[in-house]
Design a protein around this ligand. Structure first.
Ligand SMILES: [Zn+2]
Length: 268
């Protein structure tokens, strides 16, 4: 209780803690993250085997919520059988969101047609379930806007680890999207990105690490963990004239509302 008063509650809204990178020490990573103030985690199951490992993680650690979907880099796997399996997993596992899905044009494959089919299939599921959609976007800002314009009645959209154009940032603000911020934006080379993020309203921001990916600069390991979130919040808070504590508290409130997390912020 006193701990909850001293430390702002933090939600890491995008983790892959089921990743093999944590097989040797998953429990202690989660414990250390909790010690750093991270009280809730959204683990993203981005492929059928990750749906199962995300479920297993949540079973051991009730402070996890899970999202279920198919990563755009795996879009070639998307067929009618996978749609059926995904729908069944959603019914059985009660995820808090669909994803991560979207467009990733940073590699030559999967093809646009494959990614479009997988993305549309998941948007259709998101629309019919009313669950938020977590979007992965790389080098695809315009295509993303064009596709999402076809889905005006989706539940909230999360642009995870935002790294888009000015046009996408403007569109996201108009559409009321949530915007995930994390280690990527703390990189020295990310000054233009920080310029875009500073204009996103505070009530649309979510903190995330994307662990084990996107470790912020200056951390001892290239493997990212949720325990890095207070440092990330300290680096990014000034963009909105917020302290690390304020950014943690406000983004956690956003996350709790968005994902329906059973959180109580005793500090306010
Ligand atoms: Zn991810």
């Amino acid at each position: 209780m006193t701990e909850a008063l001293q430390h702002p509650m933090i939600v890491d809204t995008h983790t892959h803690l089921d990743d093999p990178a944590f097989d040797a020490d998953r429990g202690s990573v989660i414990e250390a993250s909790r010690g750093a103030g991270v009280k809730h985690f959204i683990n993203i199951g981005y492929a059928p085997d990750r749906w199962e490992s995300s479920r297993a993680l949540r079973e051991r650690h009730p402070e996890f919520g899970i999202a279920l979907g198919l990563h755009p880099q795996l879009a070639a796997q998307f067929d009618t059988l996978l749609i059926r399996r995904l729908k069944r997993a959603i019914d059985d596992l009660a995820p808090v969101a669909i994803g991560e899905t979207g467009f990733d044009f940073s590699r030559s494959a999967p093809s646009f047609e494959e990614q479009e089919r997988a993305f549309r299939g998941q948007l259709d599921i998101a629309a019919s379930t009313g669950l938020p959609t977590i979007i992965h976007q790389r080098d695809a800002s315009d295509a993303l806007i064009e596709e999402l314009e076809n889905w005006p009645s989706l539940a909230p959209i999360v642009l995870h680890s935002f790294d888009g154009t000015q046009r996408l940032a403007d569109w996201a603000m108009e559409r009321g999207c949530f915007v995930g911020i994390g280690g990527l934006a703390t990189r020295r080379s990310a000054e233009p990105l920080r310029g875009l993020l500073a204009r996103i309203p505070i009530d649309r921001l979510l903190l995330e690490t994307d662990s084990p990916y996107l470790a912020p600069p200056g951390t001892s390991s290239r493997r990212n963990t949720p325990a890095n979130l207070p440092g990330i919040a300290a680096a990014l808070g000034p963009l909105w004239n917020l302290t690390s504590e304020e950014l943690c508290r406000l983004t956690s409130r956003n996350a709790a509302g968005l994902f329906g997390l059973p959180l109580t912020d005793r500090a306010t």
